[in-house]
Design a protein around this ligand. Sequence first.
Ligand code: ASP
Length: 351
Amino acid sequence: MKRFAAILLSLVLVFSLLSAFAEETAVSESKPKIVVLATGGTIAGVGEAGKTAGYKPGSLTAEELLAAVPQLADVAEIEAIQVCNVNSDDITAEVWLTLAHTINEMAEDPDVKGFVITHGTDTMEETAYFLNLTVKTDKPVVLTGSMRPSTSISADGPINLYESVCVAASDEAVGQGVLIVFSDRIYAARSVTKTSTYSVMAIAAGETGSIGIVRDEEVFMYESPSRRHTTASEFDVSGLETLPKVTVLYFSVDADPDLLQYAADHSDGLVIAGAGAGEFSEKWIEIINGLTIPVVISSRIDDSMIIRDNLLCKNTVAANSLPPQKAAVLLRLALTGEISRERLGELFLQY
Ligand code: ASP
């Protein structure tokens, strides 16, 4: 009887040792979980085989995008969500809010390591900046896309998707705000912009440059964004289903003042891309001086810096170095609550 008990005890011991070992091996082999949120764009574009133009963006599903990169299975466990499947010029405030709500909810899950959003390049920078101000997590959120459709020769989508998942799964990208990964480079949401309508090197960040590089699975970060973002942002969109309407106007010689008045009458706020250091004609100044809605002055110059002293109309706010399309994102968020002109001016210095 004693002998039987001893054998039983040894069996139990061996069994527990084996299952502990199996569990440990499973943990060390388990891959970080990355959520891929697909929205469309050229990366999901399909056209004539081999060609780079004349395709239909937003054609492939999230699952089809992932299936084109089987190597992803070596670096992450992926959950795919199809948020929409559109040309990024059809992205709306509702899509932005869906993305922010989804990320904020899923980031609570300790198993989720990071997020990748596939997106058209045309408005990718606006979505990135919006999320940079509204997601409440330090976990990496990475946007990517491509310049060539999936059916072209040397499509850039698969490598951009692969590198984005590697960045989202890395510890290096934690707490860096929302990022764009494109052609091996890592960019911060505030400074990144689209710079080419055809080249695969279509994403850049002007004077400030990229903040990191990704080569295969290795992620090298060498700068950090210093403006407020994600967990340090004051903007809370949790209860929102839409955003205030802000119109962006582009000034040029003889620009019609009636269009400015019309835009003001149909918007909650305006951003004006002025000439030079945010300047415009006497006719426009006269109308702007009579407006009661918030007006932010940016510039149509790529490398711009608008400060209070540049302002021709003292009732307006300077966009600082934000381009018009990103100034509009910040203004829309600012107008979700009551805000004074003074505080609005401060926001453009802090974000
Ligand atoms: N028109 C496309 C889009 O933004 C361009 C691209 O994705 O590169 O959806």
